[in-house]
Write a protein that binds this ligand. Structure first.
Ligand code: DX5
Ligand code: ZN
Length: 216
């Protein structure tokens, strides 16, 4: 199966968001990656439910919502109503992760868990079978345009092993510093899905760049 591509709208032109959503609709991308930051869990603030519900009206592909917020369990219903199809919380922000994942799934969304660069994959050993998507952060979350942390490749390999030994159906998604070179290495290491923000939206032809990533 070909790699899933989830362009991050964090690097899109917000003055022309409708056109950017249209470009992703027309492209070979699979999902829309939407980064929600609260200024507490990460040192940056992005956008929230009002923008996501507007995007939902125009999007023809699933919304992959990445919550970089503290106490994400407080907002599960709100993001469901805004139109999230995949809702990802950070392991580091979730005290009762098992309960949070069950709540996400009970509302009909896919449940994702994101790992900061310092968080070991083996922390997922007792929960992997309940997770639809693991989002491996290959930069420190908070900003687009950072460079890829190479140790993430090793984490993807370990995660692939954990998924195989536990017979889980979990998708491995990687977020941060993805371009054609790092993307290729990630796919070889076992990644199923790639998020790409600045590499797509700062390129001269974003739809072509998505096509090139999709061909990895
Ligand atoms: C970073 C976000 C990413 C970001 C990736 O905190 O989670 O989704 O948009 O941006 P690039 O692809 O530019 O590293
Ligand atoms: Zn993200």
């Amino acid at each position: 199966m070909s790699v899933i591509i989830s362009p991050s709208l964090l690097s899109a032109d917000f003055l022309n968001l409708g056109q950017e959503v249209g470009m992703v609709n027309q492209s070979e991308a699979d999902w829309f990656h939407l980064d929600v930051m609260d200024g507490v869990f990460v040192p940056n603030i992005s956008y929230g439910m009002p923008i996501i519900s507007q995007i939902k009206k125009a999007a023809r592909k699933p919304l992959d919502v990445h919550l970089m917020i503290v106490q994400p369990e407080r907002y599960i219903q709100a993001f469901c109503q805004a139109g999230a199809d995949i809702l990802t919380v950070h392991l580091e922000a979730s005290i009762h992760l098992h309960r949070t994942l069950q709540e996400i799934k009970s509302m009909g969304m896919k449940a994702g868990v994101a790992l900061n660069p310092h968080t070991a994959v083996n922390q997922l050993e007792d929960i992997i079978q309940d997770i639809d998507v693991v989002l491996v952060m290959s930069v420190n979350p908070g900003f687009g345009g950072q460079s890829f942390i190479r140790h993430s490749l090793e984490k993807v390999r370990k995660l692939r092993q954990l998924i195989e030994t536990t017979h889980s159906n979990t998708i491995i998604e990687v977020d941060g510093g993805v371009n054609l070179a790092t993307g290729k290495q990630l796919v070889e290491a076992g990644a199923d899905a790639l998020v790409a923000g600045s590499f797509v939206f700062n390129s001269p032809d974003p739809a072509k760049t998505i096509k090139e990533l999709k061909a990895l």
